[in-house]
Design a protein around this ligand. Structure first.
Ligand SMILES: Cc1cc2nc3c(=O)[nH]c(=O)nc-3n(C[C@H](O)[C@H](O)[C@H](O)COP(=O)(O)OP(=O)(O)OC[C@H]3O[C@@H](n4cnc5c(N)ncnc54)[C@H](O)[C@@H]3O)c2cc1C
Length: 485
């Protein structure tokens, strides 16, 4: 039954500017207290523990993302005071055919978290973290991985897989997959989730896991917010070792780099395995860098001879860094702080991210890098590192059928529309070539895609995803910014 706003809700609404009473289905506008007489009980917004905001500043703040390429302004922003608020607003939105999506940190780059004329759920207030026995934590969707890492480390634990940058929401990365250097040992973040609490597109608050409601679980993890919104996740934690030894090995030749990465991946001797395409020291082009790390507890320092045995002699330049686990986990923070201080953090980011099978990666990336210029990246990092296919178990995290490499062109563009458009076109061309090479997009980036691309992306999973969508979000209200349905 729809209830009227609570006193607390009234106060919050008032503080947020106009007090929202309901939504007029005819004019498709919100009814505020000034027009109270016009709001029949059936149109009233439900009682909320948080608040629904209509003010221009809040809607404007929810209208863009880290890409700084597209802008879509919502008609309202929910600041949930509880996970039940999310269910209440999804039910309300569904009845009125309003689109609704969660905004974690909006660190996707092409409008994926945006909702034109609908409702954005700002996940940030949902940030509680509760530790359970047996190396588990129940985390609300808006919590940052940075906070999870800090809190877990105080208990001698860590999430098994971390993203490189930790200022991302737990719900946001679980909606995509969540990859990082320890995925070579543990799979993606979505492979380390024990249970989820979600709100389906029907507005039902449900619990799901590999053994309970499995279909919903699998439609949600890496599900890009299409069937359900994550409100809580029970995640696995593993013991954290206090120190990290990082080995950076530089290669001129892609074939040797790929061979050595594959050898390290297969041997499993490092805890963490990433890599990059970096400018070469002569400034004439690019070279390849393995970034491999071993976690340890002093006095048991890693044995460098054993770790690096069997690598090609083509990597004469080596750098070794010894640091604390937390410094390692937060290693990109100083760079982010610098980029923010010079304004580069809010430049356009037409990012490109794909998974390319090992069998075609040297050819595909070798050709791509041969044509790459510093202007193409704008100084942004180019990540390039391997994965074991057998460790990825969630069906909607699409990847090649064999071991593969992630390739991420994390571009920074000048705020010039023509330049950004050219980069988007370039992304599309690179994507088409990646598909021909057996690759898949990792959907954080800015690749112009149409419905046929999504059907091809999901391939054998497409029929099940469409069927799950019909069942869990029958009115297609969830997460329009992905452009899938
Ligand atoms: C600097 C930087 C570094 C990054 N590093 C990595 C990395 O190392 N590894 C990696 O895997 N990714 C990385 N990413 C990409 C990142 O994982 C995605 O952009 C992710 O979506 C970010 O989380 P977010 O909280 O910003 O999500 P948002 O961008 O807010 O949301 C992403 C999508 O998921 C939906 N969504 C958000 N929350 C939920 C929820 N609770 N339930 C259902 N759907 C939801 C949104 O509606 C949107 O469609 C990086 C991005 C940036 C900008």
């Amino acid at each position: 039954m729809t209830k009227t706003l609570s006193r607390r809700g009234l106060l919050h609404g008032a503080l947020a500017g106009a007090l929202v009473l309901g939504f007029d289905p005819v004019s498709r506008t919100w009814i505020t207290e000034a027009q109270a007489g016009r709001c029949p009980p059936r149109d009233r917004v439900p009682r909320l523990d948080g608040r629904l905001r209509l003010d221009a500043a809040t809607r404007e703040a929810a209208s863009g993302d880290f890409g700084y390429i597209v802008q879509r302004t919502p008609t309202a922003v929910l600041e949930p005071g509880s996970v039940e608020d999310v269910a209440r607003m999804v039910r309300y939105a569904r009845q009125r055919r309003l689109k609704i999506a969660v905004r974690g940190q909006a660190h996707t780059t092409y409008g994926q978290a945006l909702v034109d004329g609908g409702i954005v759920v700002d996940a940030r207030p949902l940030k509680k973290i509760r530790f359970l026995s047996g190396g588990r934590a129940v985390v609300e969707a808006g919590a940052l991985w940075a906070d999870v890492v800090q809190a877990a480390y105080g208990r001698g634990l860590t999430p098994p897989v971390l993203t490189d940058y930790l200022g991302l929401s737990v719900g946001g990365t679980l909606a995509l997959g969540g990859i990082g250097g320890t995925a070579s040992r543990f799979g993606a973040q979505v492979d380390n989730v024990l249970e989820l609490e979600v709100v389906t597109g029907k507005g039902d608050l449900e619990t799901c896991s590999p053994t309970k409601n499995r279909r919903l679980f699998e439609a949600t993890l890496a599900g890009l917010g299409q069937c359900a919104l994550i409100v809580r996740a029970t995640i696995r934690l593993v013991p954290a070792k206090p120190k990290v030894k990082v080995y950076n090995l530089f290669y001129a030749d892609i074939g040797t780099y790929v061979a050595d990465q594959r050898m390290l991946l297969a041997s499993g001797r490092f805890d963490y395995l990433e890599g990059q395409v970096v400018p070469n020291p002569s400034g004439t082009g690019f070279e390849y860098m393995i970034e491999a790390a071993a976690f340890y507890k002093p006095p048991h320092a890693p044995n460098a001879t054993a770790l690096l045995a069997g690598l090609s002699d083509d990597a004469p330049r080596r750098q070794i860094v010894d640091q604390s686990y937390l410094d390692f986990a937060f290693r990109v923070e100083p760079l982010v702080a610098f980029l923010k201080s010079v304004g580069a953090w809010s430049l356009p980011h037409p990012w490109f991210a794909v998974f390319v099978p090992v069998s075609s990666v040297a050819q595909y990336i070798g050709d791509l890098v041969a044509d790459l210029t510093p202007d193409d990246t704008g100084g942004g990092p180019v990540l390039f590192y391997p994965f074991r296919r057998s460790l990825l178990r969630q069906p909607l995290l699409r990847a090649p059928d064999e071991d593969f490499f992630a390739f991420n062109l994390l571009r920074f563009a000048p705020p010039v529309p023509a330049v950004v458009d050219a980069m988007l076109d370039h992304n599309r061309d690179l994507f088409d070539e990646a598909v021909l090479a057996g690759g898949f997009q990792y959907p954080l980036g800015s690749i112009p895609l149409g419905p046929a691309d999504w059907a091809a992306h999901y391939g054998p999973e497409w029929a099940e995803l469409r069927s799950a969508k019909r069942r869990f979000d029958p009115d297609n209200v969830l997460t329009p910014g992905q452009g899938i349905f």
